[in-house]
Design a protein around this ligand. Structure first.
Ligand code: GRF
Length: 209
């Protein structure tokens, strides 16, 4: 039986597309859920035959109530993996703990540097020579949690937020399907704050210039 993935998005959904297009063996995206009805990625998902739902965060005054509603939708599918692919809401500890070790996020910085928003701008302002993205298991602390993979790009002298974001996104699209495939194939184990590979295979980090 295929392992079930529920993908949460808030916007464009290019990482969702990358995972879908990778056609990961043994896995199936059973639902795409967004907290915004205008998320571009929803349209794309529908056009590709995926089941979509909208759980609008604005309808809830309390974070916990929104998370509880979201959990109901997700749990209906009994997923093996909940993937945060550009999901722009902070999730409550109860949510994170409910999906412990099966909740994965992609973040556009080299964590632990620059958790939160505006990562590329902060990397440029800090004079970083490299930037990148991190794929990690989600724990209740924002943008923390055991790191599965990191992709690195060099920062160019003439980089802008847009150009840097563009190159980092290319790495995200390479790295996320690989990380999801490794999770689905049960190649990852969590040891404290570290992720170890069970098969000692080649590392999946990548460098683009
Ligand atoms: C990506 O940069 C991701 O790292 C961040 O939000 C962005 C989402 O892009 N969390 P997309 O919706 O997957 O195109």
């Amino acid at each position: 039986m295929k392992k079930k993935i529920v993908v949460l998005i808030s916007g464009r959904g290019s990482n969702l597309q990358a995972v879908f297009n990778a056609n990961i063996s043994g896995a199936e995206i059973v639902a795409v859920i967004s907290n915004r009805s205008d998320a571009q990625g929803l349209k794309w998902a529908e056009q590709h035959g995926l089941t979509t739902h909208v759980v609008e965060h604005q309808q809830y005054t309390q974070r916990e109530a929104f998370d509880a509603a979201l959990m109901q939708f997700i749990d209906h599918y009994q997923p093996d993996l909940v993937l945060l692919a550009g999901f722009m809401r902070i999730l409550s500890p109860a949510f994170c703990l409910h999906y412990a070790e099966r909740l994965i996020n992609i973040h556009p910085s080299l964590l632990p540097a620059f958790p939160g928003l505006h990562t590329h701008q902060r990397a440029l302002e800090s004079g970083c020579r490299v930037a990148g993205c991190t794929i990690h298991f989600v724990t209740p602390d924002l943008d923390c949690g055991p790191i599965i993979a990191q992709g690195v790009v060099t920062v160019r002298d003439d980089d802008t937020v847009e150009s840097l974001a563009h190159r980092v996104l290319q790495v995200e699209h390479q790295l996320l399907p690989q990380a999801v495939a490794d999770f689905i194939a049960d190649k990852l184990s969590i040891d404290g704050n570290r992720v170890r590979r069970k098969d000692a295979a080649t590392e999946i980090n990548c460098l683009l210039n």
